[in-house]
Design a protein around this ligand. Structure first.
Ligand SMILES: Nc1ncnc2c1ncn2[C@@H]1O[C@H](COP(=O)(O)OP(=O)(O)OP(=O)(O)O)[C@@H](O)[C@H]1O
Length: 269
């Protein structure tokens, strides 16, 4: 059922739209010959923005993220990153896995530096960079700890530090908030907004949470269930430079959550 068949574009408050860094044209993906996960996905995502892929379970969010990452091939269509067709993983994209994919036998420092280690960066250079990003994600003092000594939220930060350390332009995060409690989740959301300001990266996040998508995103891509298609693209006009609690009480924020929920509820009833 398609609640909102119209592709609705709500203009952003800012004057100029940044340049597209990711262009997705005519993506189709079928699993096992019969499960149509994505159908005719066309989308542009902009440099320096935070985009959320939002929609009911099974609508193809992770599939789309993995196709952008180059971890999965589409059956048809094309993804371009900074003008270049995606043919596999590349250094300009970093993928943060749902379970953060940390190595249990390695320290926080080595885990954070691991992407650089894979790229053959010398030990002192990669550790300097890793320390910088460990500090930026708020984990100074934990460099020598191991993943089992950390909370879920801290492990999540190590995963983010590793992704930031490789200095990719695009960070792809598959439900980065799913494994942590509500307080940790809120704090991490606030930190992510701050980091995006500092680092000027392009973030693409898969989420189930409408609140999270509205709180974080410059652009929300709403997918409808199988076959996954884009049902709506929303560019929320929410002031994000104020007090986080004030943002969460802002009427534009609350109205948009309500609006998206009304569109999605039919899929879960
Ligand atoms: N490897 C696979 N083999 C067969 N079907 C798959 C495979 N991966 C995903 N699917 C199916 O494709 C559809 C889209 O899956 P995907 O994981 O992309 O959705 P999603 O929106 O991320 O779901 P969720 O929110 O539950 O994580 C689902 O119906 C899923 O069952």
């Amino acid at each position: 059922m398609n609640i909102r068949p119209q592709l609705k574009e709500v203009p952003m408050a800012s004057n100029a739209r940044p340049e597209p860094i990711i262009e997705i044209r005519g993506i189709h993906k079928t699993y096992g010959g019969s499960v149509v996960a994505l159908k005719d996905i066309n989308l542009e995502l902009f440099r320096g923005q935070m985009t959320s892929l939002l929609g009911p379970s099974g609508c193809g969010k992770t599939t789309l993220l993995k196709i952008i990452a180059g971890l999965l091939d589409a059956d048809a269509g094309e993804v371009r990153v900074a003008g270049k067709p995606v043919t596999g993983p590349g250094p300009e994209r970093a993928f943060v896995f749902q379970d953060f994919a940390l190595m249990p036998w390695a320290s926080v420092l080595r885990n954070a530096a691991f992407g650089l280690e894979l790229r053959g960066v010398a030990k002192s250079e990669r550790e300097d960079k890793a320390r910088h990003y460990i500090r930026e994600v708020g984990l100074t003092g934990f460099e020598d700890k191991y993943p089992h000594e950390l909370s879920g939220g801290m492990r999540q930060r190590v995963g983010l530090a590793r992704a930031l350390a490789v200095d990719a332009d695009v960070l792809l995060m598959d439900e980065p908030f799913s494994a942590v409690d509500e307080q940790t989740r809120r704090k991490f959301q606030e930190d992510l907004i701050r980091l995006r300001e500092i680092e000027k990266k392009t973030f693409i996040i898969v989420t189930h949470s409408i609140e999270e998508a509205v709180y974080l995103s410059d652009r929300i891509v709403l997918l409808s269930p199988r076959p996954g298609r884009i049902s709506q693209i929303i560019d929320p006009d929410i002031p994000r430079n104020g007090d986080p609690d004030a943002i969460r009480r802002d009427s534009a924020y609350l109205d948009l959550i309500d609006d998206i929920w009304r569109g999605l509820r039919a899929y879960v009833e």
